[in-house]
Design a binder for this molecule. Structure first.
Ligand code: RAM
Length: 862
């Protein structure tokens, strides 16, 4: 038996790790059971940790407990596994290297361009350059780098890494990440280090209204190149006033949302010098996967009915655009990027653009924008985001690729007098480099496409932060991430990604314990702080760590987040109770009602059931239901962490809220409505038992039938509707909703040619919103029946049904790759289950038979 998929803190061979006692992970290959392991860790040839032979089946969260490690330490570790026969296998090897852990490690200085930023002015991209010689050969070279802005570093003409858009998005008031790159192989005797610096999240447009200068006016760079020679001596080339500077390069304007203005005739002169500046923030390691370029899509040229030329890349995505053109110097090419063609077949950006002032604006204007009082705003308005590239040709052959903007698009409207060949244009998907962990292929093409559309919406929105859409808002809406977490975790390995964002979540907690509804902070705080206590959104601070813990068996995420969870719990408790005590006088559990605060509700239910003024009307039903649900999770978490007093308090509120809810909303024994969200919620969140539950289930089935198997739930209930129907013994109803190609439904979008998931059932808003794709969790955990239910343990309980004749799912869990595949012929079901070594599973067949099995392939016919 041999260890495979060796990882450190969810990362493969991380460089610049910020965790001094990292945890180690592996999967087993060959053999059945791991009976023991031995980890040996070495630093520069010296053994710093040797576990000896540990009798254990553990493959995850094995914490380094050797000699204390410090900045820059590189540790090579190996693991040997013993199998069920007591035989040791060959060692498997990996490594990690720590980054700069002590503020004093930073000897480089913060630098900025030699200009004084004026209000209301945007500046071209800065170019910094430092030429230096090294005493060859260099044994190792590390570049530690970050910026207030976004940077791109190039050493001797080569990008220092595949990472893009460093330092990534955080709340720069609280946290700034740095990156570590191994640049050893790029060094020569004479070297040129060049760094480009653009506005990024720090100074560029952010959020729905494209506010600028949210974190500051002056962009800055910090770069520290450390060279180690074979004799052990070191040398540091750090950013300082010796860095040359100019801003006369080709990128005349760059903004993550608006795009780039690029003049290929220009090259930076580096005629000036960088200026030393100050920054009090101490950069820390992200311990996350980098943002990188992924799939590339070629273009097809369309001519619209009005004669406009549009490039169609065939896939809606978030990323860059690249092209090659040749023409006369000064010839222009403008690309506008959008997601759809309108009803008339014309290019449009209307489905995601809002408007903002041409001039920089402050809080007063922010209020007008947020309250829809645009007409009160003085001065000219402009669309936001612009999503455009304005390119000027050099006269030779030019290659352009976006570097400092991200576009949500499938189409590009082209305006140019250059001769263009669509074969010279490409769309490049850009997202956090998460490993793809889950696939599910069924006999239904439409279902398969919907799953891949969901994966694409995930790719389109997992760029360092889980955002709602890559066009209009690009914000880390907590509720969207919360409802999607389990689907996300099936599709890709989100261990490092969500650990990072959960840190952002803690940064985004407000003084009263609620959370901003979008994280990280984006400037227009008023709206997001007001809605920040919304149930379903704020609960992300509890529900995501909880699900993360269950999926990855990682209790430490609970410890990391416990303080924040507890503060949110206290916020809920403080605000519990009736809005109008007199009106609630007959409810003996009224103190456990949750009626106060601003709640977004089920958000974007189908039009006929949509709340006319979400966030304005009280939402006692939704809020009390989530008080119960979240307190139930909190009680379990507090128990696990040994916080018994808290556990009692949370359990009291969980039970109290259930009683209050039952009295207030289920008093007549049921709810009489075709509004699915209202029926799904009490069932899914555990608010109904016995007869009441059965009546609600029947009413839900009736509601679905009354609406011809359409879906009419909103963000909060969409992930629950099919699981609830299945749990109620009605998988056939669930399948009919899934199969339905008539809107509102998931497959109506597929039928309409969607390549990503739409925000709303009507397709009027963004076309790249993963939230309604949260139903895909059901494909993995119910249709294929794959669930992680313990350490090294799964439950496999497929529920075949509907028009599906087969389903095959594979999921690379933290314990290895597990697969469930079934085919149906007539009434016969054939199931194949494959388990990785050192795992077990409870296999439950649809006919009720159960098997406890170990590694290998198991076949069943029922
Ligand atoms: C929006 C976004 C987001 C949602 C909030 C409430 O503007 O679409 O997805 O969470 O509203």
């Amino acid at each position: 038996m041999r260890a495979i998929r060796l990882r450190t803190e969810y990362l493969t061979e991380p460089l610049g790790l910020g965790i001094t006692a990292p945890r180690l992970y592996w999967n087993a290959d060959g053999g059945l059971r791991q009976t023991a392991y031995q980890v040996v860790a070495r630093r520069g040839g010296e053994t710093v940790w040797d576990t000896g032979k540990v009798a254990s089946s553990r493959m995850t969260h094995v914490r380094y407990e050797g000699v204390p490690l410090g900045s820059r330490d590189r540790v090579d570790w190996s693991v040997v596994l013993w199998d069920e026969a007591g035989a040791a296998g060959p060692p498997a090897e990996s490594w990690f290297e720590l980054g700069l852990l002590d503020p004093a490690d930073w000897t480089a200085e913060w630098i900025t361009g030699d200009y004084t930023p004026e209000p209301d002015v945007r500046y071209p991209v800065d170019h910094f350059r430092r030429d230096f010689r090294v005493r060859e050969p260099v044994l190792a070279a590390r570049l530690y780098i970050t910026a207030a802005g976004v940077y791109e570093a190039v050493l001797n003409g080569e990008p220092v890494s595949e990472a893009r858009l460093g330092p990534g998005a955080t709340d720069y008031r609280h946290r700034l990440h740095y990156q570590t790159f191994d640049v050893t192989s790029l060094l020569a005797a004479d070297n040129v280090l060049e760094v480009r610096l653009a506005d990024g999240w720090y100074r560029g447009s952010l959020g729905a209204f494209g506010a600028t200068h949210v974190f500051g006016r002056e962009t800055r760079l910090l770069a520290q190149l450390e060279l180690t020679y074979p004799d052990g001596s070191t040398e540091t080339v750090g950013s300082d006033e010796r860095f040359r500077w100019s801003d006369d390069g080709p990128v005349r304007f760059a903004d993550l949302q608006d795009g780039e203005v690029y003049d290929a005739r220009l090259a930076p002169s580096y005629s000036g010098h960088a200026r030393i500046t100050t920054e009090t923030m101490i950069p820390t390691a992200a311990d996350n996967v980098p943002v990188t370029e992924h799939e590339r899509f070629p273009a097809r040229l369309l001519t619209t009915p009005s004669g406009a030329r549009v490039l169609d890349f065939g896939q809606n995505l978030a990323g860059f655009v690249a092209f090659t053109v040749s023409g006369r110097a000064g010839q222009r090419l403008t690309l506008r990027l959008g997601e759809i063609l309108d009803g008339a077949g014309e290019f449009t950006q209307r489905n995601f653009q809002l408007r903002k002032p041409v001039h920089e604006f402050g809080r007063d204007v922010e209020i007008l924008l947020l309250t829809g009082q645009e007409s009160e705003i003085k001065g000219e308005l402009q669309p936001t985001p612009k999503q455009e590239v304005v390119f000027t040709a050099s006269g030779g052959t030019d290659h352009y690729v976006t570097r400092f903007a991200v576009f949500g698009f499938r189409y590009a409207l082209v305006e140019t007098d250059l001769d263009i060949d669509p074969a010279d244009f490409e769309a490049i998907a850009v997202y956090s480099a998460m490993e793809q962990t889950g696939t599910c292929v069924t006999s239904h093409e439409g279902v398969n496409r919907f799953l891949e559309n969901t994966r694409w919406s995930m790719k389109g929105n997992f760029l360092d932060v889980p955002t709602d859409c890559p066009t209009r808002e690009r914000l880390g809406w907590t509720g969207d991430a919360q409802v999607f977490f389990d689907t996300a975790a099936y599709l890709m390995d989100v261990g490092a990604f969500f650990r990072k964002w959960l840190r952002d979540v803690r940064d985004g907690q407000l003084a009263d314990g609620k959370l901003s509804a979008v994280i990280p902070y984006n400037g227009t705080s008023m709206l997001y702080d007001t809605t920040g206590g919304s149930v379903g959104w704020a609960d992300a601070v509890v529900l995501i760590p909880y699900r993360y813990w269950k999926r990855y068996g990682d209790e430490s995420i609970l410890r990391d987040c416990y303080d924040a969870m507890r503060r949110y719990a206290m916020f809920m408790i403080t605000n519990a109770g009736p809005l109008d005590p007199e009106a609630a006088a007959d409810n003996p559990h009224a103190r456990y009602l949750y009626e106060k605060g601003v709640h977004l509700g089920d958000w974007l239910e189908a039009a006929e059931f949509r709340d006319p003024s979400p966030g304005r009307t009280p939402m006692p039903e939704e809020a009390t239901a989530y008080l119960h649900y979240t307190m139930t999770h909190l009680a379990e978490i507090a128990t696990v962490l040994g916080e018994t007093a808290d556990a009692d308090l949370f359990a009291e509120y969980a039970q109290g809220a259930k009683a209050a809810y039952t009295h207030q909303f289920l008093r007549d024994g049921t709810l009489d409505t075709d509004r699915q969200a209202k029926l799904v919620r009490p069932l899914a969140l555990g608010l109904a038992d016995g007869d009441v539950k059965r009546r609600l289930e029947d009413r839900l089935v009736q509601a679905v039938k009354n609406r011809d198997f359409h879906v009419n739930t909103g963000f909060l209930s969409t992930p629950f509707v099919l699981p609830t129907l299945t749990a109620a013994g009605h998988p056939e109803i669930a399948y009919r909703m899934l199969d339905n190609e008539d809107a509102p439904s998931w497959l109506a979008e597929v039928k309409a040619g969607a390549t990503t998931v739409w925000e709303d059932w009507e397709g009027k808003e963004s076309r790249n919103h993963y939230s309604p794709g949260a139903v895909c969790q059901w494909l993995f955990d119910t249709v294929a029946g794959l669930r992680v239910t313990g350490e090294n343990h799964f439950t496999i309980a497929p529920v075949p049904g509907g028009s599906l004749t087969s389903a095959q799912a594979r999921y690379t869990s933290v314990y290895g790759t597990v697969a469930s595949s079934w085919t149906r012929t007539g009434t016969d079901l054939h199931l194949t289950v494959t388990l990785p070594p050192n795992t077990t599973a409870d296999v439950r067949l649809p006919n009720g038979t159960e098997h406890v099995v170990g590694p290998g392939t198991h076949e069943y016919t029922a």
